[in-house]
Design a protein around this ligand. Structure first.
Ligand code: CO
Length: 152
């Protein structure tokens, strides 16, 4: 434990000395849990990212059928419609309408201990539009949602 900590501290010091060695800002990460929560209300990537990669982690223990989560991106005005269509689509279809262009990006549904990644191009995102990410499992959008922004 002690040794691990010192090793970490050393790596952090080295990272500080060599500033360009940073995690890719176009790669974002968000956690979800057994309490039906995302770990962030906002995700932001630099507008210079031509592609953004989002990795969703489920840090809980509940199985997919009980507390499954996904990460879905739509325009804010489409979010509730897509969540409702997703509920009708059902678990086997990842709680998402199939082939619906309003779904800009979506991970698969995951259960406790799992992770899923989605990569999407930013060319279709308009500066004048407002974007929301949410979980499309039934009812989850009420609490599992946030803003997605490209930072200029
Ligand atoms: Co959820």
């Amino acid at each position: 434990m002690h040794r691990t900590f010192r090793h970490c501290a050393l790596l952090m010091a080295m990272a500080g000395a060599a500033a360009p060695v940073l995690a890719d800002e176009c790669q974002l990460s968000i956690d979800s849990n057994d309490l039906m929560q995302f770990s962030a209300r906002q995700l932001t990537a630099p507008a210079s990212c031509t592609e953004v990669e989002v990795t969703l982690h489920h840090v809980g223990k509940q199985p997919l059928a009980v507390m499954g989560h996904n990460w879905v991106l739509t325009r804010t005005k489409d979010a509730n419609t897509i969540a409702n269509l997703g509920m009708s689509a059902g678990l086997r279809k990842n709680y998402l309408p199939q082939g619906d262009a309003r779904v800009i990006a979506a991970t698969r549904l995951i259960g406790g201990g799992e992770s899923a990644t989605v990569k999407f191009g930013t060319a279709a995102l308009k500066p004048e539009d407002d974007y929301t990410f949410f979980c499309s499992a039934p009812g989850h959008i009420a609490v599992m949602k946030g803003k997605f922004e490209l930072r200029k």
